[in-house]
Design a protein around this ligand. Structure first.
Ligand SMILES: *Cc1c(COP(=O)(O)O)cnc(C)c1O
Length: 405
């Protein structure tokens, strides 16, 4: 056996780039919506790896898919195609507006491809000046330099020198603000139908439908970043399906592989034609191992059983949160869609999301925030009623402990 030194939370501070401040415990095992740490302490998981673990930890079908494919074929590069990628592409096409798929490995890479496609399509099809991207304040699209620049949070984008140009940010859900800046030189309007990192805010139907119309009038592409809101998270396969409109380009990642890194950008035939051999690329994207897991996850998530279960689980979460709020007056608003739930803090807990996460961990609950003032719930889509109740009890205890201090 390989010899190695024992590791603990302190090791993180010695060996890792200091860009995170992870929780004090180290998870070593997970099953469904339960996790165990190095000391064997049990946790309920309401974070779901940030909306990634749509089927919980170590779902038997995903474990079987990894095992089967890992004994068959892992990687061939895109110099060769493979059956698993073609099959997953067909599934995405059959279930959505799209005709064409490009696989990558992360949300940022899928968005990077989407933004490059939007620019390239506009430049080759219309004019070299049609490069303006309209995006939204508080938006999050990933950490590559283009995606962080399209994102609407200075704290992520500043401090790295000159940014890609011709990107403009306006307030979310404000159609007039978009009207004021959209013109014939706009190549794309980019948004998360439900902003995740920015505080869990859903687009209004009027906003979504208005954007579709403005994009059509200005020959701009409507690009939906469904990296967090997609793959069943809101109770439909993609959240745009709640709004009665479709985008021109959509990105999906997080839950697409249920924990195995894979992402995709999907679009129409007409837009895809702007690209040719060599226009863009990836080494790992669409590898058979990731796509095999993606296929297994897709077949389970894209069923009435899983999708219809989202609404009733949301109801249970929200009823617990309302009860907590009635008792302690700690939430200004409970919002989001499906199992992408945000609870904006208020009163004595204003801006104390971090303290709540810590207190929750002490009680055996993995929680998430979106900024300093919003608690975020992105659990498994198949979390059990009993696990929701048990986790909410732990959250209540954590909050009571904080309020008593
Ligand atoms: C998480 C996220 C991303 C970035 O995904 P990575 O896999 O971290 O690159 C992009 N957009 C949205 C909406 C996200 O939630």
């Amino acid at each position: 056996m390989t010899q190695h030194q024992a590791v603990n939370r302190q090791t993180f501070d010695q060996v890792m780039l200091p860009i995170y401040s992870p929780a004090e415990f180290i998870p070593v095992k997970g099953q469904g919506s339960r996790v165990w740490d190095q000391q064997g302490k049990e946790y309920i998981d309401f974070a779901g790896g940030i909306a990634v673990l749509a089927l919980g930890h170590c779902h038997p079908s995903l474990v079987a898919a990894v095992r089967k494919q890992s004994e068959k074929l892992w990687h061939v590069s895109n110099i060769f195609t493979n059956e698993e990628a073609l099959t997953l592409a067909q599934k995405l096409i059959n279930a959505t507006f799209a005709d064409r798929v490009f696989f990558v490995n992360s949300g940022a890479e899928a968005n990077e491809a989407a933004f490059k496609l939007a620019r390239h399509y506009a430049i080759t099809k219309h004019s070299p000046y049609k490069t303006k991207i309209i995006a939204f304040k508080q938006a999050f699209h990933g950490r590559t330099f283009f995606t962080v620049s399209v994102g609407g949070q200075a704290k992520y984008a500043d401090g790295f020198g000159p940014k890609p140009a011709d990107i403009i940010h306006v307030p979310f859900n404000d159609l007039d603000a978009v009207k004021a800046v959209i013109d014939e030189n706009t190549c794309a309007v980019v948004l998360e139908p439900v902003q995740g990192e920015g505080g869990v805010t859903a687009a209004t139907p009027e906003f979504m439908q208005g954007l579709r119309q403005l994009c059509d009038e200005n020959k701009a592409l409507l690009v939906f970043d469904e990296v967090q809101s997609g793959m069943g998270r809101t109770g439909k396969l993609f959240s745009y399906m709640h709004y009665g409109i479709a985008p021109d380009v959509l990105t999906t990642a997080k839950a697409l592989g249920g924990g195995f890194p894979i992402s995709a950008m999907i679009t129409t035939n007409e837009i895809a034609q702007a690209m040719e051999v060599g226009s863009h690329g990836t080494t790992y994207g669409g590898n058979p191992l990731a796509c095999a897991v993606g296929n297994a996850a897709f077949d389970i998530i894209n069923t009435d059983e899983v999708l219809d279960g989202v609404a009733k689980r949301r109801e249970l979460f929200v009823s617990h949160l309302n009860k907590l709020n009635d008792k302690y007056g700690i939430f200004a608003e409970i919002r989001g869609m499906g199992l992408l739930i945000g609870a904006e803090l208020d009163g004595k807990l204003l801006n104390r999301a971090k303290d709540i996460l810590q207190a929750s961990a002490d009680e055996g609950l993995m929680m998430l925030s979106a900024g300093s003032n919003v608690l975020r719930f992105t659990p498994s889509l198949i979390i059990s009623e009993e696990e929701i109740n048990s986790g909410m009890e732990k959250l209540a205890t954590a909050i009571e402990t904080l309020l008593a201090k």
